[in-house]
Structure formats: structure tokens, C-alpha cells
Design a protein around this ligand. Structure first.
Ligand code: CU1
Length: 186
């Protein structure tokens, strides 16, 4: 029984692990004369992690498109921050691009590309299918798929969408835990 409880605790706490905060440039922070390609190559960016830019008033952080990152254009940033301490969420997989819009800084190398990968365990768990029951040959079973009448859940109020989504994830996780426990005790 102790094993089951330990397993239950592990499974309940695992999804609640917080993302890693990456301090851009390490102890150097967000500044000139740092090779951010090298820095980024030593980090693993996972969905749910955050970037922390720390910098002096001569710098800023612009989140930009790939094209603007390449050309060091800060005329149309996705977002811009200049408060000296900027936290950027990494909400999804793919590349994100940042430049310093101060004249000459990006061209001097003050630019950052991060490649965000999926977190382990966030991919939907596919339970192994039950052993297939072999029907005797010659009598093909023509059982139609059972039609389950499921009423769709009411749409969440706008603004609470993410909370609603998290609730769904928690319920799903709890169902998985219960199923696993029953499988162990079974
Ligand atoms: Cu700068």
C-alpha cells in the first residue's frame, strides 16, 4: 500500500513542477559583448520556462519576428520592455527572437534566439490498448461502434479560459492517477 501512496504523491506532484527561469547571459545579463548564441546553446528551453533579462538603462528588450531578428529591425517589435528586469514566458514550442533596440547593439551581437521544446510528460498519455479479443474466423463481428451521447461542457466565460483549461487538465490527471491506482491494487 505504501508503494501505491508514494506513486500517487509522485504523480500528483509531477505536473506541478514549475518551469525553469533562465537568466539571459548568466551573470553577465543582457548586455553587449556577450555571445548569446553560445549562451543559448548551453541551455535547454522547455515550454513553461521563463527568460529573465536583467540590464541597465542603456538597453531594452524587444521581442521580434525572425525577419526582424535577422535584420536587427526594431521598428515593429512584438513587445518591448525597458524596465531593467524583464521576464518573458515561453508558452509554446518553436523559436522566439529578442534584440536590443538601442542603436548598434543588435548589430553588435546583442540578439538572442531561443528554441523552445516540449516538456517531457506534457504529451498526452496514450494508454496501451487492451489485448485484442480474436473473433473466430468466418464470423465477422459487425458490432457498430457504440454511440455515446455526451453533452458538451458549457463554454467557459471569457477570461477564465485558461483556468477552465487547467481544471480540465487537473481532472484528467486525477482520472489517470485513479486508474493507475486501481490497476496496481486490482
Ligand atoms: Cu543594448
Amino acid at each position: 500500500m505504501a508503494i501505491q501512496i508514494t506513486l500517487l504523491i509522485l504523480m500528483l506532484t509531477a505536473p506541478a513542477v514549475y518551469g525553469v527561469q533562465h537568466t539571459v547571459g548568466g551573470t553577465n545579463g543582457w548586455t553587449q559583448s556577450v555571445n548569446y548564441d553560445t549562451w543559448a546553446a548551453g541551455e535547454t528551453f522547455v515550454v513553461g520556462d521563463t527568460l529573465l533579462f536583467t540590464y541597465t538603462s542603456s538597453h531594452s528588450v524587444d521581442t521580434v519576428s525572425q525577419a526582424d531578428y535577422t535584420s536587427c529591425s526594431s521598428t515593429n517589435p512584438i513587445s518591448s520592455n525597458s524596465d531593467g528586469s524583464t521576464t518573458i514566458d515561453l508558452p509554446k514550442t518553436g523559436s522566439m527572437y529578442f534584440i536590443c533596440p538601442t542603436a548598434g547593439h543588435c548589430l553588435g551581437g546583442m540578439k538572442l534566439q531561443v528554441n523552445v521544446i516540449a516538456a517531457n510528460g506534457t504529451s498526452p498519455t496514450t494508454p496501451s490498448p487492451p489485448p485484442s479479443t480474436t473473433t473466430p474466423s468466418g464470423t465477422p463481428s459487425t458490432t457498430p461502434p457504440s454511440t455515446t451521447v455526451s453533452s458538451p461542457p458549457p463554454p467557459p466565460p471569457s477570461g477564465a479560459a485558461s483556468i477552465y483549461c487547467n481544471m480540465n487538465n487537473m481532472l484528467f490527471g486525477f482520472a489517470v492517477v485513479l486508474g493507475t491506482m486501481f490497476a496496481f491494487m486490482g
